[in-house]
Design a protein around this ligand. Sequence first.
Ligand SMILES: Cc1cc2nc3c(=O)[nH]c(=O)nc-3n(C[C@H](O)[C@H](O)[C@H](O)COP(=O)(O)OP(=O)(O)OC[C@H]3O[C@@H](n4cnc5c(N)ncnc54)[C@H](O)[C@@H]3O)c2cc1C
Length: 323
Amino acid sequence: MVDVSIIGAGVAGLCMATEIAARGGTVHLYDREAAIGEHACSWWAGGMLAPFCEGESAEEPVVRLGQESIDWWDTHAGGVERNGSLVLAMGRDQSELKRFARRTSNFDHVSGDFIAEKEPDLEGRFNAGLFFGSEAHLTPRVALSALSEKLATKGIHVQTSSAPEQTTIDCRGLSAKDALTDLRGVKGEMLVLKCPDITLSRPVRLLHPRIPLYIVPRGDGVFMLGATMIEATERSRITARSMLELLSAAYALHPAFGEAEILEIGVDARPAFPDNLPRIRKRGDVIYANGLYRHGFLLAPALARMTADYLFEGKRPEVMDED
Ligand SMILES: Cc1cc2nc3c(=O)[nH]c(=O)nc-3n(C[C@H](O)[C@H](O)[C@H](O)COP(=O)(O)OP(=O)(O)OC[C@H]3O[C@@H](n4cnc5c(N)ncnc54)[C@H](O)[C@@H]3O)c2cc1C
């Protein structure tokens, strides 16, 4: 009989609760806050389900395990847009496109005509790019709400009281640094823009030697623009430099972004271990599931699946370590 208390209802905790409940386990879910919001790093994510693009800088397990995420989100939350990802570079940065292609797989080299066909608003702006047709994206806040609502239909509500004694799965993100001393923060800054003059159907990554950035369409002329990667645990305050770089990237993609309204400025620190890979760490009766780094929505389903395999079948997760 699997009966667990999960502490933390960000993307790690909600995926964990969903997976264990779906397999018939009893789940008690706790957070400091009753509903997902600005307190969770997951609130600020772009929601790209892009395992092959991430291979540019991530290790092999991220590419392999991340491929599980698209079907998982479709099954448990819905709202997955399977339109692929487009990777572009300005004329002077074409070497970045070649470098990206060398380090990734599962894409097509595409022409300016292809780009214009897929994204008419970018017509005439880019001569070449990479298209990762099997990738997808979702809107994180919608997906997390969908998981919460489904859990609620099973009688699993986020409780704000302190957790009882059953086996605990600790999904506190960066707050678990009090127990996991090798966890660090990687600061990310993002903007939400409203620009009704532009329509995009898929995430677009704009390569640059120093500041590779992406734009994720949220529909109705709203875009998430992200994200910086800074070695810092600070979870607030955007710098002028970051703001300039983010907005310059949007403007380079299309000058109409110069007229955009800034709806939100988001800042948080991603929980990461030294190799930027996630871990399932067992200490006594506590299982820590953490270190999702910049791959929260991409890897939380695999982390949940591996933890459930361990609890229900005794199968040791490939990312399990003891300390
Ligand atoms: C700007 C930005 C862009 C990003 N873009 C992407 C992206 O496109 N794709 C992607 O996959 N990932 C992305 N990420 C990364 C992703 O957001 C993180 O990997 C993910 O949110 C980590 O999730 P988590 O559940 O571990 O932590 P969190 O989301 O921080 O959740 C932890 C939860 O634990 C709770 N908690 C803490 N302490 C306690 C306690 N003592 N008791 C009870 N509850 C507690 C908190 O309230 C919180 O709800 C991005 C991150 C940032 C900052």
